[in-house]
Design a protein around this ligand. Structure first.
Ligand code: G3P
Ligand code: CA
Length: 379
């Protein structure tokens, strides 16, 4: 299924410390922190700041500045979507085509809609993966973003390893049915780079996730891929991403957005409910039985937008995960109002395009500004 491909990122406190303290207190009062102990047992940070495609609100997704910024801000994880080129190289790219995030229409006009796996790495490296961002988000544009390249997994790992902060890698197998054997390729690469065994500790005071057992978290929407990941890397934490409808978790309505006639996706998704508690429990049981240590559910956001999906982070849902020993990392949440509301439902971190904002919310803001980090990193 291509569930992940229908989602694209969209744009967007001083009260961060207060908010996070309030959330922590409320959670402690009501015994809503089972995820903290589970995370400690699994060896992942709690609560987790997962930089979704890097710091992708502020720099072109899955590029050098996006991942460098996330690392320097202090994110726990660099999140990426892994696919494979025609000549067998693992690269970090969300969409299955190159249209949205590169200038392919200019470079290979006849092939603009072709899937990624019909291009060699050398062909892909000719594309500009930064200028689209400057056009789409002029208020966040930087001249230095023009001409950025799509990264190989090796290059993302280089970024993770290069700074004083040592973030972990949160890796999704994207459209895995299109890349037979990608789970084993991933294992070989992670093994070769020394990420499947313990890594050195960071200096005191720096992000140290790469030293923890959960230095790599593997994630997928696809059950067959989870099974293959479990077979290849049984000791590496895995997360099953959750989606309501379209062949995944069954909805009560049985409707899809396409045939619903609805105009606004966010409103449609928010109106959809899980068919039954038993249906949700069956997914939790399947995930647990197939090696998942956590789930990655969608969330409905207060202000809607194209990242707002069905609400799969209701307290009873999070409890079902926790009761089975699994943590909960919802996607993709960028605003303080949602960090607060969803945290109170009992989740264990977030995928976010705005690592800077989530770090503020959790009371550990970056001391350095994003502008300063980008400038000293050459951007
Ligand atoms: O991997 C979690 C989240 O990234 C899933 O959505 O489509 O952005 O990969 P997507
Ligand atoms: Ca992803």
């Amino acid at each position: 299924m291509l569930k992940g491909l229908s989602r694209t990122i969209s744009g967007a406190a001083i009260a961060g410390v207060l908010l996070s303290s309030a959330v922590a207190l409320a959670a402690a009062d009501t015994g809503k922190e089972p995820g903290r102990a589970l995370a400690a047992k699994i060896g992942v940070p709690w609560p987790a700041v997962i930089a979704h495609r890097g710091a992708s609100f502020n720099a072109p997704e899955e590029t050098v500045p996006s991942y460098t910024l996330a690392r320097e801000l202090g994110a726990d994880y660099l999140e990426m979507d892994i696919q494979r080129t025609k000549d067998g190289v693992l690269i970090a790219l969300h969409d299955n085509t190159l249209e949205r995030t590169t200038n392919i229409a200019e470079v290979y006009p006849q092939r603009a809609k072709d899937p990624l796996n019909t291009f060699t790495l050398e062909e892909i490296k000719r594309l500009d993966a930064g200028s689209w961002f400057n056009k789409a988000y002029p208020d966040r544009a930087r001249a230095t973003y023009a001409g950025l390249k799509i990264l190989t997994l090796d290059e993302v790992i280089d970024i993770a390893e290069r700074g004083k902060n040592k973030p972990g890698l949160y890796i999704e197998t994207k459209v895995p049915a299109q890349f037979p054997g990608i789970e084993e390729d991933l294992k070989k690469k992670l093994d070769q780079r020394g990420w499947l065994t313990q890594r050195p500790a960071a200096e005191k005071g720096y992000v140290n996730v790469a030293h923890m057992p959960g230095r790599v978290v593997l994630q997928t929407f696809e059950k067959p891929s989870l099974e293959l990941l479990q077979k290849s890397m049984p000791d590496t934490p895995k997360v099953l991403l959750l989606w309501l409808g379209d062949g995944s978790i069954e909805t009560a309505s049985g409707k899809t957005f396409k045939d619903s006639g609805a105009k606004d996706k966010a409103s449609f998704y928010a109106s959809q409910q899980v068919k039954s508690k038993e249906e949700f429990a069956a997914w939790m049981d399947w995930a647990k039985a197939h090696g998942a240590v956590g789930t990655g559910p969608s969330a409905a956001l207060k202000n809607g937008g194209d990242q707002s999906y069905s609400d799969l982070v209701q307290p009873w849902m999070n409890k079902m995960a926790h009761d089975r020993g699994m943590i909960v990392h919802p996607y993709t949440v960028d605003d303080a109002v949602d960090f607060k509301a969803i945290s109170e439902q009992g989740v264990d971190g977030f995928f976010t395009n705005r690592a800077s904002e989530l770090l503020k919310f959790y009371g550990r803001p970056s001391k350095e500004s994003m502008d300063s980090i980008l400038k000293r990193s050459g951007f």
